[in-house]
Design a protein around this ligand. Sequence first.
Ligand code: ADP
Ligand code: ADP
Ligand code: ZN
Length: 216
Amino acid sequence: MNLILLGPPGAGKGTQAELIIERYNIPHISTGDIFRAAVKEGAPLGLKAKEYLDSGQLVPDEIVNGIVKERLQQADCGNGFLLDGFPRTIPQADALERCLAELNRKITAVINIEVDFEVLMTRLTGRRVCRNCGALYHIQNKVEKVPGVCDHCGGEIYQREDDFPETVEKRLQVYRNQTEPLIKYYQNKDLLFSFNGEEPILVVFQKICEVLEGKF
Ligand code: ADP
Ligand code: ADP
Ligand code: ZN
């Protein structure tokens, strides 16, 4: 199963990804997670990406495309993959298409999660993340058992700097201008399945599974 998760920042892509990869046993490829890990390690990629992440801008296509291409060739993608946060521009989608053609593979489905812009603001400013394993929390919607401590790994829970209100506005604008056109792009290819991301986490997940299982 070769899947793409599409949707604005805060729609619940990462949250659904945690559930989907467990159920279908495919790797989670989150370009945002890859960049944050590189920044944390002080790797050369991190040095290049940091200013874009901090300002809520997209990292240039050439950098992102190269990383994803390399990642898709790794052995664990043999059974499929779940792309989260990629593609985010039309040129990225075109590059992905070329890359998959070379690997003799096709996209199975694009899962588009829709959430009203006002709700996204609350989602993003209330989002908290485990610094160690990346697990997702929310100050109202998904609270950890012990304050500040990850339920899964005991790691420290923190707030991403790009989830501060000033940067959130910018990211939503970037989404509208650069990523939203992908909805039409995948609709035209008959690959798009849209879900109401304002429903509870497990309801959204169940509906995604119904569609995916209807396809096999
Ligand atoms: P994305 O990866 O699309 O940016 P996340 O999965 O990180 O979004 O979710 C953003 C925030 O919203 C997180 O704090 C998460 O816990 C919360 N969240 C995700 N899905 C839902 C939902 N269906 N209902 C309420 N809160 C949600
Ligand atoms: P969100 O949870 O808000 O959807 P991500 O974790 O996917 O955010 O991305 C965080 C940041 O990483 C983006 O604001 C951008 O700077 C960078 N990034 C992630 N994926 C891409 C991509 N496909 N193309 C360009 N930049 C990206
Ligand atoms: Zn953790």
